[in-house]
Design a protein around this ligand. Sequence first.
Ligand code: ASP
Length: 605
Amino acid sequence: MRRTNTCGDLRMSDLGKKVCLQGWVRFSRDHGGVAFIDLADRYGITQVVFDPEDLPAGADRDAIAAEMSKFTRECVVSIDGIVRKRVEGTDDSRNPTGEIEVLITSAELLNTSVMPPFELGDQKEGVLPNEDVRLKYRYLDLRRTEMIQAMEFRSKLVHLARQYLEQNGFLEIETPILGRSTPEGARDYIVPSRVHPGTFYALPQSPQQFKQMLMVASMDRYYQVARCFRDEDSRKDRQPEFTQLDLEMSFVDMKDIQDMMEGLVSYVWKGLYGKELQTPFPHIGYRDAMERFGSDKPDMRYGLEFVKLTEVVKDAPYKIFQNILAEGGIVAGMNLKADIAGEKVGRNDVDRYIKYAKKVGLGGLTWMRCVDGKLESNIVKYFTPEILENIKKTMGAEEGDLLFIIAGPWKATYEGGGFLRKKVAEDLGLVPEDVFQFFWMDQCPMYEVDPVSGKCDAFHHPFVLPEGDPMDENVGGACFDLCLNGNELGSGSLRIHNVEMQRQVFHKLGLDDERIERNFGYFVEMLSYGAPPHGGIAIGVDRLCAILLNKESIRDVIAFPKNKRAVSLLDGSPSKVDDDKLEELQIISLAGDLDIGDIDETEIE
Ligand code: ASP
């Protein structure tokens, strides 16, 4: 290798050294015949200088000048030179190489570059082009320091996780990408089989069934950095493919899995930040999380908790609440204390929040303000003084406090309340930055029952171990989520290892024997061959990296993501294929000529 150093290496201790650097010409400027170049690579930026008045011995001035005249932005060059101290007052303290520069003794153009569509230097806000342009030229976007740092961070995080798991006896085992389509969960990505026309593989939504099979296969501890595919509608922070750190363990209880995960996260934390992470992580039950924070992945870095008011208002002659309570609904309140909200949330803001509440599925939003020791609002006339006093007491309302009261069916109301809580917290600047709060959300139900049809869906997935009678729709499930700052990082559970119980759960989920056999026959059969008690968890690598790096989107920590419309602008996928390819697969397209560019961007939430 000719290169002696990277562009991030050289320091004052290298003064006088003869070096060879190779990299990209990021910026160049000419100061009265002295040419400066910021030479960049993954490791950093070093200033290299062509100084005709101060040429080192052996340097051919004309040859250097001729070669450098061919340099353009982002071309690739090789520079030989001598490390020298920068002229007094021209140091760049933000750059680790900023005290030195390399005086060029010879220069060579290794490859040209056409003009890049956007600037790749350290970006000031607003300089970046829109994301679609960045994604189309992702190989250029990835040259930016911020993206390089994201890739380095992600690589280190995954490496540390692997290290920890290997130390703990886990085997890294790959599971198939081409598998069977199953009816549960999200929509599958389907791959047609040419050899068996009319049949299809599905890309895995997760390695769930295979990792359970590995436990039956006595592997005891499995892990994989697994790519998962889910064909879901486009959303801002969704990707058709994403990466899970997936693991499974035999002969464990829930605490064993959680302890292992806490150990892993702490190890990774120490490796990334050099600091201890506080363990064990706190736990919060599902109902508690919903009823206090309006979310099963609550952001608990700030207050604004809901307090139940159902009992307090049950006798209030206020029709709206009466109707809701008669239908089994709930009433709950959130206190925006005077010191955080006070004057800041005026009447107009309240109207804005009422509108927002409707948008997030709340029927409406009731408010009261504590003025001169009493609750005031346009509806207090419907409440007796005793009830108002009781609301005040239950909510801990003091002078100047503003109460938001939500009411309606349990789940939808708390969920809507959760969105409202988040919005208020963001508006009032209550969300602390740089605080990372991991916790477990547990005590989950096994099923989610549709209030109208009575149909049971799996709360997590159909393989979770019920904590009692599987035929009881209110039974708990041995499952849990790992959460961080209002985000779900991943889910885990103990699994069913008993064939009969698995069948019962499938029945409860509405699958008859014929369907179980057709869709899960192999899986159920596998359980009959001495399946050990087992369980596991999978966490989203993209999301974890995005949160830790404070990125808005997981796309910022994925090298080659699809855009918001699930399109790869880089290679133009998905794309039409030639008719003869379809013919070979015996497939006829019914889609006509709609171009993917025709999809309306505003449809995407
Ligand atoms: N496979 C599950 C998921 O993707 C995680 C697990 O239960 O291990 O959510």
